[in-house]
Design a protein around this ligand. Structure first.
Ligand code: WQD
Length: 325
């Protein structure tokens, strides 16, 4: 009963490996290390390779008696997906199809997929439920939705899956062993931390003239450790013969950029140096999750609040200014 974690040397993947181990599950990690880091894989077997290498995946499935798969391996930079679309279709979809074909050949029928709230594009309603019409606004988001659709159809063949639509994953491990690398992340929280800790870095708020209470965009920031546990819950659901489904994973609370800066100033005991710049193309005004389904079907709830997210990120970046490098 081993769980294969593809992309397990990445930010969310590495936290999920630890959540699986905490749940006393055997884990094996497959990662190319193209974007992941081997130091993020703690006390787990790491095999360096590609999910598209069907001979390698077959060998892993046999040797480790793989029964479950948690699939993270993908490119995830929205901006890059718009300038290198083929790279995203190849890696995120074509390689996933090769992985799925190999798993089917080995009768592996439980699959948890790392999807994204970006499949909603700019949702018409927040909190956003899983019934919100999908409207991907980037190639990255289109590849996530494409894999969800492939998984929905493979249920016919008996491959059961849970696609987890992440809202905004953030924070670092409570023991400060795993976190993000701000040189590779375009996301808000690593860049806020860099604004505090790297005086050469110029942090810009992308617009404060939105139709929100304080003029800045609203998002649902979820602690990466809570997000990791959702994958364990999804496996338990599939092991209890749960049917293929899709679940939002967030806190259900919306936080504006300004509110996040204020909370960060409390944690860091100093203001975050920033300027107000122009809006960023494609930014939805307000996106936060309705997590009723995950609560009910997976028995999963977020446990850590925004302060905990910011505190863990601040501790990590203060002690790891160069990430794992
Ligand atoms: C959050 C808010 C920005 C940086 C993206 C992907 C999504 C998911 C999470 C993978 C926005 C503002 C940001 C900065 C800023 N990734 N911001 N200055 O865009 O909500 O979601 O990452 O699944 O797919 O789309 O996250 O952290 O980039 O932005 O003002 O320097 O912070 O405008 O309002 P986003 P983000």
């Amino acid at each position: 009963m081993t769980t294969l974690v593809t992309g397990g040397a990445g930010y969310i993947g590495a936290h999920t490996v630890r959540a699986l181990q905490n749940a006393k599950r055997d884990v094996v990690v497959l990662d190319t290390l193209e974007r992941g880091n081997k130091k993020a894989v703690i006390d787990a077997k790491l095999i360096v390779g590609d999910i598209a290498d069907q001979k390698l995946v077959a060998k892993i499935c046999r040797k480790y008696k793989v029964t479950n798969v948690v699939h993270f391996a993908a490119y995830k930079a929205v901006g890059e997906s718009m300038t290198h679309p083929m790279k995203y279709w190849q890696n995120n979809v074509s390689s996933t199809l090769k992985l799925l074909e190999t798993l089917q050949a080995h009768d592996i029928s439980r699959f948890v997929f790392s999807s994204s709230a970006s499949v909603y594009g700019t949702p018409k309603s927040s909190p956003t439920t899983e019934n919100e019409p999908t409207n991907p606004e980037s190639v990255y988001a289109e590849t996530k939705l494409a894999v969800e659709n492939i998984l929905r159809s493979l249920a016919i063949d008996g491959l059961n899956s849970v696609s987890l639509r992440y809202f905004n994953a953030a924070g670092a491990s409570s023991d400060n062993k795993i976190g993000e690398d701000w040189t590779t992340s375009q996301n808000l929280i690593p860049r806020v931390m860099r604004a505090l800790l790297d005086d050469k870095f110029k942090f810009e708020v992308f617009g404060n003239d939105y139709a929100t209470p304080d003029g800045t965009c609203i998002r649902d920031y979820i602690h990466v450790e809570d997000l990791a546990v959702a994958h364990v819950k999804a496996l338990e659901y599939l092991e209890s013969y749960g049917k293929t489904t899709v679940c939002n994973i967030g806190t259900g609370k919306g936080t504006s950029v300004k509110q996040l800066l204020e909370m960060t100033a409390v944690v860091a005991k100093r203001e975050v140096p920033h300027t107000i710049g122009a809006r960023r193309e494609g930014d939805p005004v307000s996106v936060y999750a309705d997590v009723t389904l995950a609560n009910k079907v997976l028995g999963w709830h977020a446990t850590q609040d925004l302060q905990s997210i910011i505190q863990s990120a601040f501790t990590w970046h203060s002690t790891h200014p160069n990430g794992f490098r």
